[in-house]
Design a protein around this ligand. Structure first.
Ligand SMILES: Cc1cc2nc3c(=O)[nH]c(=O)nc-3n(C[C@H](O)[C@H](O)[C@H](O)COP(=O)(O)O)c2cc1C
Length: 169
């Protein structure tokens, strides 16, 4: 946590459309001593069940999904533009095939057992509350299925409570 200060979710001064959709984020989790991270650009932050939450979607083949499922906890971290090529790498290669974290050069840290990276400008630590796999019969706009799920690899939606928010000082 060195170099970071804690703020409350309400103090976040971010446009989440840009933050998640354009700048991207890393989803990082640990289970049984194994750590992995992957890039994500779909998701949301908001309120559910009177809690501050994030919404994240993970496809079934993601190694990170395994660790999120096992631990129930993960971080979302956000970076300045200079890290875009690292995020691109972490979103192209699987941690099953390479030691991505080592290769990325990012500095792995832990808060309460949840991995994050010291280079982040913002880190959000989350505890999962709910998960559900998207089901083809529930799509109101069925064009989305053809567009995004030609391999039937439907995302699982995670709704997770925000436990802590750290910003770079
Ligand atoms: C910009 C960008 C955004 C991505 N967004 C998501 C996402 O929201 N959900 C997802 O499941 N995969 C997403 N991916 C793909 C994963 O990051 C990618 O498949 C990664 O290699 C998975 O790594 P892993 O197997 O080590 O978990 C995205 C990739 C990029 C480059």
């Amino acid at each position: 946590m060195q170099g970071f200060k804690e703020i409350s979710p309400k103090e976040l001064q971010e446009n989440t459309f840009k933050l998640i959709g354009k700048d991207w984020m890393l989803v990082s989790a640990e289970s049984n001593g194994l750590v992995n991270t992957m890039t994500a650009s779909w998701g949301a932050m908001g309120v559910m069940w009177a809690k501050n939450v994030v919404f994240v979607v993970l496809r079934p083949q993601r190694y990170t999904k395994e660790l999120v499922d096992e631990s129930g906890r993960f971080s979302l971290t956000f970076y300045n533009d200079e890290f875009k090529s690292k995020l691109n790498y972490l979103g192209t290669v699987s941690g099953r095939d390479e030691d991505k974290i080592q290769n990325s050069g990012l500095s792995l840290e832990f808060y309460d057992g949840i991995p994050y990276f010291n280079e982040a400008r913002l880190a959000v630590f989350c505890k999962n509350l709910y998960k559900q796999k998207y089901a083809p019969e529930n799509f109101v706009d069925e064009k989305l299925i053809d567009l995004w799920y030609q391999k039937s690899d439907f995302h699982t939606l995670y709704i997770a409570e925000i436990e802590k928010v750290l910003v770079k000082e």
